[in-house]
Design a protein around this ligand. Structure first.
Ligand SMILES: [Zn+2]
Length: 320
């Protein structure tokens, strides 16, 4: 099961690395002091914010009740890797365009790259810590196929170690769904849903059960889940735009009917920008100038090209 994860996740990781290489270069050019290299020890535990715990259990429950409930699903975990523990602060969903069946799920990696950009705006220390994926049956442990992918993938992670959560829907409901239970240090349950946590280091022959704890905190990526299908649909173009234009930022805002993704492309003149909003399959472009908002229509479906057409209009001295 889940054999594709290793390859897909490593593609994701290399995409993220490429995407941030330029930002890191800019950062070093500003002569910021780099944090000292951490002396990573094997992970002793993983701490999950209540926000992340809610996302995992709520979206897993939603997935189970949905049309694709029989398939596996998953999330990428982002957070802060400390010396011998990790704090999970954000989840990125496998997404609507995931290729999933009963025996595997692979992530839409462009969506994940844009998601990483979004959460790293809040905290640049955020890194990929691992993945959670579900098993339709009662295998509460990563499979042999999972191991083949994961054991290669972990080499690219901080401390050459990854966190792997396995979701199953096979717990006795216990206390119902109001309060989560922790029957064993590495197991978290809510209703019939169960998350079993493991760590795997480079060169290790098997996964170790990883004690998990909760703390109060957000899932920094949760707002983006509301507009994940729009984000995914344009992710490749949005990522390209972010790599080519300095200072592009993403924000989840109130749209016309519901949440929207606003992409801000700052212009050289202070207070001037192009704003692109994505909502429910629609894309809108605006000129922002000292608080004034003017609708633009570049007649181009691809977002990066549309922005460059607007920039060309600006260079030609029209129209805003
Ligand atoms: Zn699996």
């Amino acid at each position: 099961m889940f054999q594709a994860l290793g390859q897909i996740a490593s593609r994701l990781l290399s995409d993220v690395k490429k995407s941030f290489a330029r930002q890191q270069k800019e950062k070093s050019e500003k002569r910021e002091v780099a944090p000292p290299a951490a002396n990573y020890q094997p992970l002793k535990r993983v701490i999950i914010t209540d926000g992340v715990g809610r996302t995992l259990f709520e979206e897993y429950a939603g997935h189970q009740g949905g049309q694709r409930g029989e398939e596996e699903t998953g999330w990428v975990l982002l957070g802060v890797r400390q010396e011998d523990e990790a704090l999970v602060l954000a989840t990125l969903p496998a997404g609507a365009e995931r290729d999933a069946g009963v025996g595997h799920v692979q992530f839409n990696s462009s969506g994940q790259v844009v998601g990483s950009r979004y959460v790293r705006q809040t905290d640049r220390r955020l890194t990929i810590l691992g993945v959670v994926h579900t098993h339709p049956g009662s295998l509460r442990h990563p499979s042999d196929g999972d191991f083949r992918g994961d054991s290669i993938w972990v080499r690219q992670l901080r401390g050459e170690e990854g966190i792997f959560g396995i979701g199953t829907a096979d717990s006795k409901p216990g206390n119902g769904t109001l309060v989560a239970l922790q029957p064993r240090p590495h197991v978290q349950c809510l209703g019939k849903l169960r998350l079993s946590w493991y760590a795997l280091g480079n060169g290790e022959k098997s996964y170790r059960p990883l004690p998990a704890g909760y703390t109060l905190g957000p899932d920094l990526a949760r707002p983006l889940h509301l507009i994940w299908s729009d984000t995914e649909a344009h992710a490749e173009r949005l990522d390209r735009l972010s790599r080519q234009q300095a200072g592009v930022t993403f924000e989840v805002v109130k749209g016309i009917k519901g949440p929207a993704l606003a992409v801000l492309v700052p212009l050289a003149e202070p207070g001037h920008a192009i704003r692109v909003t994505l909502e429910n399959g629609d894309v809108q472009y605006y000129w922002l100038r000292d608080g004034e908002v003017v609708l633009a229509d570049p007649h181009e479906a691809r977002i990066d090209r549309a922005v460059y057409l607007l920039l060309a209009e600006l260079a030609a001295g029209s129209p805003h």
